[in-house]
Design a protein around this ligand. Sequence first.
Ligand SMILES: [Zn+2]
Length: 276
Amino acid sequence: MGAGKKRKERFFRQHPYCCFCGGIRLAETEDHVPSRVFFIKRSRPDDFVFPACKSCNSISSKSEQVTALLSRTSYQSEQIVDAPDFCKLVQAVHNNSKGTFQEMVGPRTGDKIIKRQIRAALGSDDFHLLTFGSNARMHCQLFGAKLAFAFHYKFLGRPLPTDGGAIVSIHNQVDFALNRAPHLEIAFNDIESLRQGKWNSEGQFEYRMSLATDFEGGLFQAFFHKNLLFTLITSADGSKLLNEDVPVHVPGELKPVAEAIDPYRITATISGRFAK
Ligand SMILES: [Zn+2]
């Protein structure tokens, strides 16, 4: 038996069940969350690999492309203008999520760097600054739910059950500029990144976390390219989240959900329930 096959068998022995549909289906694949499309040159440390059934593995691929494109289209960075992997990502969203792509490139105040990035990828001038609209937010919600289930599995040690749930709140640079992102520093441990030896994902993907004091759940924040911020709450008892009047994601029912979250509300929801 080859080393790769042995390693795989060991992985599935340690992680027999899919962590995205409540731990009720056998894992068949190793799912990298966040996936390679989020990383420059599709290169990421071999960390945060999760057990998934085929359905849960593949259900988020379009949403990952949309979210990755939003996160990698920085208002500040010129790093990716001609990168082949970035061009492929733009083309993938253009081909696979046409409505969302149209929304993202619809009329809005321009930005020279982003325009240049898109122009390089599409060979076209027919676009403006990426808009973070309702279609894009639905994709980010689906991806964010998967990320929340993954965090829960990693740090609580078992899949979020089918009667558990997760809340996803997303902020971008516009929110940062307008001071609309939640200030939660007091709740969190240090910022971490994916690691493989000395290699880490700093600047591309960073996270911090805190576990709940009065229920089995966690509060997590994930930063992509210092550009897109996900705030995630999980609870093994979904009823803890239901009275917050925001969409609750349920394991096994991954789907795009319209975002109806007042960015401030989530801060009020969680204060005092998490420990360092
Ligand atoms: Zn599954």
